[in-house]
Design a protein around this ligand. Structure first.
Ligand code: FAD
Length: 289
């Protein structure tokens, strides 16, 4: 099933998740446990990340195909231009299509700091180039990343919105980076509206589970943590269980706010753990399937 069709035919807001491909037997066990727990709930699709520099190439492929064949889940395979030549990307896409995988999240990834700035003729640089290749040559349904505060590398917020609008002329939908202020999501949607873009944007929701992880991920992605959020979380810095409970509550409130504002669904950054994801699900839709 294509994600654009799922969005068009939805009877309730979509609920989807992001998973990481496991790289060790222990992390595989954790993921399988999470998938078992999540199987009691209706997940519209699961997106599977791709390691920077291509480090999870085979792990990502295996998990995508496994979810499709054995778990009855609709997978969305992440892929990044920064890691590969055009020929490699074509090989990876052709393999997916051969396995019946219909959905891709086309990303640039983060090129290593010492990467040469110029690219050989024909190589793909930005996410839009991969989105074009996957839609035009492989007939895939393609999503792209949207950055509610603007991408950290971009010259300005407005320039980034122009590039996002151009990506969405090619792609079918977008998923946002995580954020903690609903107005940032609504503003991004308004900016796209103004540019005549009608493609759906799914807000990405991440429940903070520890202060160190939150700070690291916020720094990497250029996400700001509003003071009202850090104050709420700081009270539980030395109490991990209560920190997770408060972080989950923050995510629940944010999810409710964006859905109130007619988001087509929410995409939960699960960190391969089921508990917070299920708590968010239940707060929105009640118990189980
Ligand atoms: P692009 O859309 O290519 O944008 C990158 C920068 O270039 C921006 O500043 C943009 O304004 C500018 N730009 C865009 N188009 C053009 C153009 N045509 N010409 C000139 N400049 C342009 N990273 C991973 O490594 N693996 C993952 O699995 C992964 N999953 C992600 C999932 C989501 C939902 C999100 C939001 C991010 C994810 N990332 C992942 C992180 C992502 O790779 C980084 O944010 C990266 O820095 C930018 O990727 P992008 O696809 O937005 O790039």
């Amino acid at each position: 099933m294509r994600v654009d069709e799922l969005i068009a035919k939805r009877k309730r807001p979509l609920f989807s998740v992001e998973l990481w491909p496991p790289r060790s037997p222990a992390s595989e066990e954790r993921l399988l446990h999470a998938l078992g727990e999540l199987s009691h709930y209706t997940l519209d699709f699961a997106s599977i990340t791709y390691g920077a520099g291509g480090s999870t190439r085979e792990f990502t492929h295996e998990l995508v195909v496994n979810l499709h064949r054995n778990f009855g889940l609709v997978p969305v395979a992440h892929l990044v231009t920064a890691a590969h030549t055009r020929a490699d990307l074509e090989y990876i896409l052709a393999r997916y299509v051969g396995e019946g995988i219909e959905n891709l999240l086309a990303l640039r990834g983060d090129p290593p700091l010492d990467a040469p700035s110029g690219l050989a003729a024909g190589e793909l640089k930005n996410a839009v180039d991969l989105a074009r290749l996957a839609t035009e040559s492989y007939g895939m349904c393609v999503g792209v990343a949207a950055h509610p505060e603007g991408h950290p590398d971009s010259k300005s917020y407005s320039v980034d919105m122009d590039f996002l609008a151009a990506k969405l002329e090619v792609a079918d939908f977008a998923i946002t980076q995580f954020f903690y202020t609903a107005e940032q999501f609504f503003r991004l949607r308004d900016e796209l509206d103004r540019r005549g873009v009608v493609k759906p944007v799914i807000p990405g929701i991440m429940a903070p589970t520890s202060l160190s992880t939150l700070k690291r991920m916020a720094e990497l992605s250029g996400t700001s943590i509003p003071e009202r959020i850090s104050t709420r979380l700081a009270r539980f810095e030395d109490d991990p269980a209560s920190f997770v409970a408060e972080g989950t509550q923050i995510a629940i409130e944010l999810a409710a706010e964006v859905l109130e504002g007619e988001a087509v669904g929410i995409h939960v950054y699960t960190m391969n753990r089921a508990e917070t994801t299920i708590a968010i699900y239940r707060s929105l839709f009640g118990d189980g399937n």
